[in-house]
Write a protein that binds this ligand. Structure first.
Ligand SMILES: Cc1cc2nc3c(=O)[nH]c(=O)nc-3n(C[C@H](O)[C@H](O)[C@H](O)COP(=O)(O)OP(=O)(O)OC[C@H]3O[C@@H](n4cnc5c(N)ncnc54)[C@H](O)[C@@H]3O)c2cc1C
Length: 387
């Protein structure tokens, strides 16, 4: 479908260039990386070299000077080619954005050029075992000790800690341990003493792994704190809105990939007189998936445009809606794709079945479907809260 009305020529050129890169790697590459227990290092390095990983980061730190619009487009196209890079959701999108917007000059110099080129990676940890969807209950606490910080707490499901040079941890300060969340963001380098990470076994065919983090009196330099300890939620959402937009792009990319595979199959597979795609019982659900994916892409474009224009509040609502729409569209597209292939939909050879769990991730993380419905019920529609 033509995007000429909503995408500049420059963006369309970027989309085409990233799609060409994705095509060179494709689903076979990701499948082989997962099978061999490796990481998509070659693709990550090439995308970094071509300027795609840091396309949203400031030019003076080696980035492309674009916004989340460009970064989301990159992730979507790689996903549509079957080789999404999950760490893009956290490394350049959350961590790169937060450091660009709130970091000190020293933090920017230390991290941004590497995050932009892909030579450095940063994970992001907010989820806690006893807080889950309710981030206001997080208890990871930073205590001042002279010029240093001492960080203690636990996190779960943090992606890519093993391959990240550092993790941006959301905590709170000691004097703000209770009450409404006033988050503080700390950069914790992977080898910091007291920073332990244990792999959580997941039923996901993805190269990036999830980890439990145990931080036992991790001693951090004063400059580990990003931004102000009093800036509160504003700073955090500067990173969380891009995360939602990127998750939407991740989901629509995956949905497009699955739908493309299903359509190719339905065009040629013939068990009666016509290819199976001629049966409306298959054709209509595929058409519906396409419409839902296009709608989700449109909302993602809107959310990214609002964020890049500096409208954090407007972007928050749109990013939530985009993430919701994209996750639902992706889950349905993958389900329909598997079904379209019949028995082949569940074979290793065709490689679609593993997307069933992968697509579900976007429905749960970084904020679940229900929490978005809560947000829209309360914030957008003004309905009363039940919790
Ligand atoms: C593959 C994967 C990667 C992840 N990567 C990261 C990462 O890099 N960093 C990170 O910090 N986290 C990460 N997460 C964690 C993710 O953000 C959380 O799983 C998610 O926020 C949900 O939290 P929870 O798992 O504790 O579920 P819970 O909060 O326990 O929720 C369980 C269920 O209850 C529902 N529920 C909860 N409260 C309400 C309510 N008030 N109303 C209605 N329904 C409700 C939820 O919608 C959900 O369906 C990842 C998760 C996965 C699966």
């Amino acid at each position: 479908m033509s995007n000429a009305l909503i995408e500049s020529q420059e963006l369309r050129d970027l989309r085409a260039a990233v799609a060409a890169l994705g095509k060179r790697y494709g689903r076979e590459y990701t499948t082989a990386v997962v099978r061999d227990g490796k990481q998509p290092d070659e693709l990550w390095a090439e995308a970094g070299k071509l300027g795609y990983l840091g396309v949203n980061l400031p030019v003076e730190y080696g980035g492309g000077g674009g916004g989340i619009t460009e970064l989301a487009l990159v992730l979507e196209e790689l996903g549509a080619a079957g080789c999404p890079l999950l760490m893009m959701v956290v490394s350049p999108a959350i961590c790169g954005t937060v450091i660009s917007r709130f970091g000190t000059a020293a933090q920017k110099e230390r991290w941004l050029p590497g995050l932009a080129s892909g030579t450095l990676r940063m994970a992001f940890g907010i989820t806690e075992p006893d807080a889950g969807s309710n981030s206001h209950r997080i208890t990871t606490t930073g205590r001042r000790d002279g010029d240093h910080w001492v960080l203690s707490g636990r996190k779960v499901f943090v992606s890519g800690v093993d391959i990240a040079d550092a993790t941006l941890i959301v905590g709170r300060t000691e004097d703000a341990r209770t009450g409404a969340l006033k988050p503080c963001l700390f950069i914790v380098e992977r080898e910091a003493p007291g920073f332990q990470w244990n792999r959580i076994s997941m039923e996901l065919a993805a190269p990036e792994k999830q980890f439990e983090l145990v931080m036992d009196e991790v001693r951090l330099p004063g400059e580990a704190l990003v931004g102000s300890e009093d800036a509160g939620l504003l700073q955090l959402f500067a990173g969380l809105n891009p995360e939602r937009i990127m998750t939407a792009a991740f989901a629509t990319g995956m949905g497009r990939y699955a739908l493309g595979r299903a359509v190719d199959y339905a065009r040629t597979r013939q068990v009666w007189s016509e290819p199976i795609g001629a049966h409306q019982a298959l054709a209509h659900p595929l058409a519906r998936c396409h419409i839902e994916l296009e709608l989700a892409r449109l909302m993602t474009t809107k959310a990214a445009a609002l964020y890049d224009a500096g409208d954090d509040a407007g972007a928050g609502e749109a990013a939530n809606m985009a993430k919701y729409a994209a996750a639902e569209a992706a889950v349905r597209a993958v389900d329909q794709a598997v079904h379209t292939l019949g028995g082949n939909g569940l074979t290793t050879e065709y490689g679609l079945a593993s997307l069933v769990t992968a697509a579900r991730v976007a429905r749960i993380a970084p904020v679940s479907r229900e929490m978005i419905l809560n947000y829209v019920s309360h914030r957008t529609l003004g309905l009363p809260k039940s919790y």
